[in-house]
Design a protein around this ligand. Structure first.
Ligand code: GLU
Length: 433
């Protein structure tokens, strides 16, 4: 039997990465098994599931390359089917009507739990069991005539012939009810896999308060879709070896629900940034160059001379698109900003300006002005003067780039060229001494 998985989000206008992680796992499982991955939009909450919210959802899936098979099923179109099934459950004795609370506002349809323990083998968590005494009957159709989540969710999974329901473990309790419903409806019970919760550093559910939590946040911040996808795949799963940076094909080949962990998965934004940096390093140089040029052009800057050397140096360091402007502006213009804190920390003592003056003198006499020669001259200067690198290099870096950190200084100076470096050092002395 071919596997059929699905992503069944309720659109709200923001796509939480916890939901997207469920989509990624469903997608990987379907692709790994050669089955189908379906989309079902659980849009019965008409206030939240606006056309814009649905558009945001579809765009997020598209951006992450989560292509789905068949046309999406919109849950709101199936209300009559859901209500008819509730009637069927009434007729077969699996449900009953009740005026809940006796308010006279009309009757709900209540599902009658079978009165037996329910057990299932979760593909992630193993055998789960709940005793009959702990499971109460529950509402299927509200007194206002609308179906509840359980009814719609189960019927749509039956309609879409889902074979593996892969979802967050906040749904475990629901699953016991759902299994009872499948049986009452005479439908085959799918397999279930409940994915570990995504938590913050304190072990609490990861939320917007902990940092970026929506797919759109990562997109606008300049993360790559492939890196985010790769990162999400590792939130609870690993290929069972040391690999972390993987192509989509490698992930498809290695993915398995039996290697999904049941313990909570910690969201680590620094690791995601690292991951994105790995994708930057893996770019073809020409792609990296294009990305940098595009980004710099948004503030009307152009990389002029020595472009190839600049790109080669920076591809090792840039972790995300939004690093480009702050990290590379000084290569494009003499009119770079100084990091105020760095200036305060490293350019406050008067001696430093004498040191910079001396360095300028030494650099002026260098021939050729390449990284190796510059590097040796700076080393000799520090050693012969009995100075410390930590006292000399940071001020020099701030002088030529405005920044406290950056790539190796000698190649930076060589790329800028002697005239530019001397002018920058002197401009800095004039401004801050
Ligand atoms: N709309 C539900 C949710 O987003 C679906 C859960 C499920 O995957 O069954 O939580």
């Amino acid at each position: 039997m071919t596997t059929r998985t699905r992503f069944a989000p309720s659109p709200t206008g923001h796509v939480h990465i916890g939901n997207m992680r469920a989509a990624v796992f469903n997608w990987l499982y379907a692709r790994h098994t050669g089955g189908q991955f379906l989309l079902r939009v659980e849009d019965t909450d008409r206030e939240r599931s606006t056309p814009e919210a649905i558009k945001t959802l579809l765009e997020a899936m598209d951006w992450l390359g989560l292509n789905y098979d068949e046309t999406p099923l919109y849950q709101s179109t199936r209300m009559n089917v859901h209500l008819a099934a509730a009637e069927q459950l009434l007729a077969s004795g699996h449900a009953y009507k009740e005026d809940k609370g006796g308010t006279g506002q009309g009757e709900c349809i209540i599902f009658k739990m079978p009165g037996t323990d329910i057990e299932f083998t979760d593909l992630v968590k193993g055998t789960l069991r709940k005793s009959a005494a702990d499971m109460a009957d529950f509402v299927l159709v509200r007194s206002n005539g609308t179906p509840v989540f359980h009814l719609a969710n189960v019927l749509d999974d039956i309609e879409q012939k889902i074979t593996q329901v892969i979802r967050g473990d906040d749904h475990v309790e629901n699953t016991f009810r759902h299994i009872a419903m499948y049986k009452a409806l005479g439908a085959p019970v799918p397999q279930f896999a409940h994915l570990p919760m995504i938590v913050n550093a304190q072990g609490k559910p990861y939320s917007k308060r902990d940092g970026d939590a929506f797919v759109g946040d990562f997109q606008t911040k300049g993360f790559f879709a492939d890196a985010l996808f790769n990162y999400l795949a590792l939130l609870g799963w690993s290929p069972g070896d040391e690999r972390e940076v993987m192509t989509r094909d490698e992930m498809i080949a290695a993915f398995d629900l039996s290697t999904v962990r049941s313990s909570p998965a910690q969201m680590d934004l620094r690791k995601l940034l690292w991951m994105n940096g790995e994708y930057v390093r893996a770019m073809r140089p020409v792609e990296f160059a294009t990305m940098c040029r595009e980004e710099l052009r948004t503030i009307r800057l152009e990389i002029g001379e020595n472009a190839a050397a600049i790109f080669a140096l920076m591809q090792e360091r840039i972790k995300i698109r939004t690093d480009i402007i702050p990290a590379m502006t000084f290569f494009c213009t003499d009119d770079y900003e100084y990091d105020e804190k760095a200036v305060e920390k490293k350019l406050s003592k008067p001696e430093i300006f004498q040191t910079l003056e001396k360095i300028a003198g030494i650099l002026e006499g260098l021939q050729p002005f390449d990284a190796e020669t510059v590097n040796k001259a700076l080393h000799d200067f520090v050693e012969q003067g009995g100075l410390k690198f930590g006292d000399v290099m940071p001020p020099l870096r701030i002088a030529v780039s405005g920044q406290q950190s950056g790539p190796d200084l000698a190649p930076v100076l060589a790329i800028l060229g002697k005239d530019d470096v001397l002018a920058r050092i002197r401009k800095t002395i004039a401004r801050f001494s």
